[in-house]
Design a protein around this ligand. Structure first.
Ligand SMILES: Nc1nc2c(ncn2[C@@H]2O[C@H](COP(=O)(O)OP(=O)(O)OP(=O)(O)O)[C@@H](O)[C@H]2O)c(=O)[nH]1
Ligand SMILES: [Mg+2]
Length: 199
């Protein structure tokens, strides 16, 4: 499972929050510079122990990285989380490019795509319907608003993506998939209510 998105949307912060639990560091990026990192995340789903490898590459939003074709890099990913910052509209628009540059061709038919709005502790600059349209456009099955700063919905969103991957793999095993239906993500009620100031 891997992340994608513009520079500074908070990809690394999201995964560090998962790794470090209750901590948020405003200036860790220098510490990580140059180190790709991978984290094993364990969870139990019903009777199954599931381990998922999470990948985050510092600076993935940078220009050099953006120009690469990521198709091969993500070929075996079970899920890709596209991230944008809710306080910067252009980062949502960029998701389209990240998607086109990352996910193309039949190899990704079974890859779960999720869209994650980061920095939910800040002012929301994007209308909910615009986000829903982007979910539809890229075929994102899941959407979450998260804040690595407060921890809101970080672990929960990751676990929902993992559960979806697990469900998909069970379905595949049972050969019961009857063609993918067009995803139509509706943001849940609590996600539509936005706080009006920075915290
Ligand atoms: N207020 C707020 N700031 C955040 C949040 N998440 C990340 N940031 C800040 O946003 C900046 C960028 O965060 P990163 O996690 O390094 O962003 P990134 O997407 O990994 O950036 P690249 O690796 O350069 O592509 C840092 O200054 C973080 O402290 C959040 O939830 N809320
Ligand atoms: Mg990063």
């Amino acid at each position: 499972m891997a992340d994608q998105g513009d520079p500074n949307v908070g990809k690394t912060s999201f995964f560090l929050r998962i790794r470090d639990g209750n901590k948020f560091c405003l200036d860790y990026s220098r510490l990580l510079n140059g180190h790709d990192w991978v984290l094993d995340y364990h969870m139990k789903i019903e009777d199954c122990d599931v381990t998922v490898q999470l990948c985050d590459m510092p600076g993935t939003g940078g220009d050099r990285y953006r120009l690469m074709n990521h198709n091969r890099l993500f070929l075996n990913a079970d899920a890709i989380i596209f991230m944008y910052s809710i306080e910067e509209r252009f980062t949502l628009e960029s998701v389209r490019d990240w998607y086109e540059n990352t996910v193309s061709g039949p190899n990704f038919d079974n890859c779960i795509l999720a869209l994650v709005g980061t920095k939910y502790d800040l002012l929301m600059e994007i209308e909910v319907h615009t986000i829903e349209e982007m979910c539809k456009e890229i075929g994102a099955k899941l959407h979450f608003f998260t804040s690595a700063k407060t921890g809101e919905m970080v672990k929960e969103s990751l676990e929902e993506v993992i559960m979806e991957v697990h469900k998909r793999s069970l379905e595949k095993r049972e050969l019961s998939v009857e063609g993918a239906s067009e995803p139509n993500v509706t943001l849940s009620e609590n996600n539509k209510t936005k706080k009006s100031r920075c915290s």
